[in-house]
Ligand binder design. Sequence first.
Ligand code: C2O
Ligand code: CU
Ligand code: CU
Length: 503
Amino acid sequence: MSRPKRVLIILATVLAVLAMSLGGGALWLYTGADMSTEGTRFDRELAIPPLAKPTVEKDGTRVFDLTMQSGRKELKPGGATPTWGFNGDHLGPTLRAKRGDKVRVRIRNTLGEASTVHWHGMRLPARMDGGPHQMVASGASWSPHWTVNQPAASLWYHPHPHGRTERHVQRGLAGMFLLDDDGSARLPLPKRYGVDDLPVIVQDVTFDGAKFDFDRGFLRNTGFLGERTMVNGTLDPYRTVGDELVRLRLLNASTARIYDFGFSDDRPFTLIGSDGGLLAKGVRLDRVQLSPGERAEIVVRMEPGGRTVLRSFPHNSYGSGWEQRFGGGDDTFDVLELRAAATLRPSPELPAELSEPEVPDGSDSVRERRFTLVTPGINGKEMRLDRIDEVVVRGTAETWIVRNDHGVPHNFHVHDVQFRVLAVDGREPPPELRGAKDTVFVPPNTTVRIAMRFTGPADPHSPYMYHCHLLFHEDQGMMGQFVVVEKGQRAGPVRAPASHAGH
Ligand code: C2O
Ligand code: CU
Ligand code: CU
């Protein structure tokens, strides 16, 4: 054999081996990338976050106290995990108020690091919103106050410091904020907190010994995806229930994971509410999908002595097989076991009519705006705290057209408002998206149209946020700012946030 020929053969062999090992490596990564906790042994009683007890001031204002603190919590046997929480080591109490209530929350930050507290889903003045402009310095306090003026709903609260939201939420800063109204008080729905009405805060976690492991890992474009799930900070939780009908207030408080919830025995359930409150009518479903930040209220029927597992099933939501696998679409999680007592209290039948969502239908929108989501920004721009991206007029409705223009899944959350989903890729949305929403999943190469009304109050200097609620993306800059102005009023500049170093 001639020398050049030999060299060529060796070269070809080397290349072939290299290609094979690369391909093999990819295959190995691919097949190793799906996770399952199916068959979990549920051996810890589900914790229920305590209801915060407000003090009531002379004018009726309900005052809540929240201290942001660091601590340690034994989440699993064999060591305490360093965690953050509100008024405790991990997560926070459930706040509760009624439509019309004046509320004030006194926040104290003892974390040793600046943060914020944002009221996700709440209609309130921009200066009270707890976004990245309302930083609470370490050692400082902040006391936002507002009047609740929106329908009964399952909202939540969490930090929102620009660039660090993912970490602050992962360490455990999150809690629920439940709203009631006259209608919700009258309806015969399961409503005994912690008895037949359970908060279900779902987060995915990975442990490194006793510590949380926040490593995003290789090839995960969506952000951190944990190996197992916790509910209300309880791993492998079960709950014994004593009523025929049980209401679960599902909150996806994970930073990047999208869940497709159902029950292990495929029993159907009734969806009664979405992010912004009750639906017009309950909907029979056997799956409901929640992307980060979204909520769903479901009611499930139990039989005496029966058991079922709330499970997150694999779902085809990502377009390509690659994103599907590395975005967690092929994963299965056993989330929470419900164990019914041997005899159950009878529950009244669910009412046929619930409550008409207070969201515009697009017919009186005064304008359309387009938002294209491509990592790392929106409309080609990354978030800047000193730039106002959109100016809306108080009292008007608008239609926003949100387009995910690439292969990575995103969602879209707008502060201060609840919106109606008008269309997904030009089609009428599925029943689970027909209620009031503040966060909506936007799968790859998909367009979602939403309509909302900006009720203000006008404040040309204080922006509200809109962003992808996959917190890794949000932190990277997939966020923008809008201000609400009176007709004819000029917007900006963004006012340097007032110092919150007071007491
Ligand atoms: Cu739940 Cu701007 O966030
Ligand atoms: Cu929000
Ligand atoms: Cu995103």
